[in-house]
Write a new protein. Structure first.
Length: 452
């Protein structure tokens, strides 16, 4: 009888290695409540909304992700400290994904948006914005770990000392595929966008724009860090008070990167620079000085056009990632492009997605290629594999021919957002570049237009 009771009891226990999916606010009203109740391996999915709290992973290997992405799901730190904390030896299985992380303000401390101490989490697909600190790392602060910072928008954060956007000290970080924009430091603060010190840093495929440093390194400040590899970045419009408007770097290798419109100069320090487009010129193998011919008027869109001198002008052996900053393949056509973008079939949009507003839907492709655009109702997961690539949406709400790609390699289609749409409303879209049934026709990536 005792053995039967024991077997019955064991049958009620969860299987070893099993994981649970927890929904917020369905199962727990707060994200921290869900974290506290979880065990290693659990997945916490957060519904759209604004969650006013400061969360700590408390050493657990969890996936904490939003259900519908950063535009509609925010964690607001209420200026009560860091918004998200990793300080208990969290590793790569601790993942934070898909949130707007804002209003963090640990006065006199580090890490306004994310504070990462002695940990190595993956921080991806977040919008980390409008956080401030009295010390270092307005957006993200990392020390004594190996974090992966990927696919984030890190913007409008402030630190008094170093790293308005990101600060890494005594780390081995991977910083890739991010947009780092509009961050700044206070007096005696280095690295408006990114600050690295005593670190082994890989900084790849990032767009680093419009950051400001009150000291050195408007875009990037890299000091006492060796070896550091800085490759395939687009660094434009950054400012520093004392030098290195684009980058101030020692003992690093900078390859396949575009430097334009940085003040007072593009580069300072003793870094090795090769196969870069540097405004004003710079000594080194393969370096050029030419207008990159970006796709956006006023340089607000950093995709390359068909005639860009940066196409096929990079150096292949320095490529670290198989994809560019938005997931398109690298080394298309035999030689890699300079900058964060590789010229390839792609669909995206620019402009504010607001009810009644007009945005520009843009398609990158070979000149004169016909383009058919489709708006969908649902997203296929997994997508349907076709001869033209993966089909991500079905059924189509609307589809049709919208024109040929222009000589620049870009087709622009203005689209007005329905005035009846509300926050979170939207639609997925995908395009076919090339003739139906044509051997070189390709389906583009999936894009989603969602009201902010």
């Amino acid at each position: 009888m005792k053995s039967l009771i024991l077997l019955s009891t064991l049958a009620l226990l969860p299987a070893i290695g099993s994981s649970a999916t927890i929904h917020v606010p369905d199962d727990y009203p707060t994200i921290q409540g869900a974290i506290d109740a979880s065990v290693n391996g659990d997945v916490i999915i957060v519904r759209p909304g604004v969650y006013v709290e400061n969360i700590d992973f408390v050493g657990k290997a969890l996936v904490v992700k939003s259900e519908r992405g950063a535009p509609v799901t925010a964690i607001d730190g209420n200026q009560a400290g860091s918004v998200v904390t990793f300080e208990n030896e969290e590793g790569p299985d601790s993942i934070l994904s898909g949130f707007t992380i804002t209003n963090g303000s640990p006065q006199g401390a580090n890490g306004g948006g994310v504070n990462c101490v002695g940990s190595s989490p993956r921080i991806g697909k977040n919008t980390i914005t409008k956080n401030s600190v009295g010390s270092r790392g307005g957006g993200i602060y990392c020390t004594d770990g190996s974090p992966v910072i990927v696919d984030n928008v890190i913007s409008k954060n402030t630190s008094e000392r170093g790293g308005g956007g990101i600060c890494c000290e005594n780390c081995s970080p991977l910083i890739k595929n991010n947009i780092v924009s509009g961050n700044h430091t206070g007096p005696l603060g280095n690295g408006g966008g990114i600050y690295c010190s005593l670190s082994i840093a890989t900084i790849s495929n990032n767009i680093i724009i419009d950051n400001t440093s009150s000291d050195f390194g408007g875009g990037i400040f890299n000091s006492l860090s060796s070896p550091s590899i800085i490759t395939n970045n687009t660094i434009v419009g950054n400012f520093s008070s004392f030098g290195g408007g684009g980058i101030r770097s020692e003992s690093s290798t900078i390859v396949n990167t575009i430097f334009r419109s940085n003040t007072p100069n593009q580069i300072s320090g003793s870094a090795t620079v090769a196969y870069c487009n540097v405004q004003g010129g710079w000594p080194g193998t393969g370096n050029i000085d030419a207008d990159p011919l970006f796709a956006g008027a006023g340089h607000d869109d950093y995709h390359l056009t068909w005639d860009s001198p940066c196409r096929h002008a990079g150096e292949n052996s320095s490529v670290i990632e198989a994809d560019d900053f938005e997931g398109d393949p690298r080394i298309v056509g035999g030689s890699v492009d300079m900058g964060a973008d590789e010229f390839y079939y792609h669909l995206y949009h620019t402009g504010s997605v607001l009810p009644g507003n007009t945005i520009d839907v843009k398609i990158i492709g070979y000149p004169q290629a016909p383009v058919s655009l489709a708006w969908g109702q649902t997203i296929l997961d997994p997508p349907i594999s076709t001869q033209q690539g993966d089909l991500h949406i079905w059924p189509f709400v609307w589809s049709g021919f919208i024109g040929n790609v222009q000589s620049t390699g870009v087709l622009v289609r203005p689209v007005t957002i329905p005035s009846t749409w509300q926050s979170g409303d939207g639609a997925p879209l995908q395009a076919l570049v090339g003739p139906w049934g044509g051997g070189w026709a390709r389906l583009t990536n999936l894009d989603e237009v969602t009201v902010d």
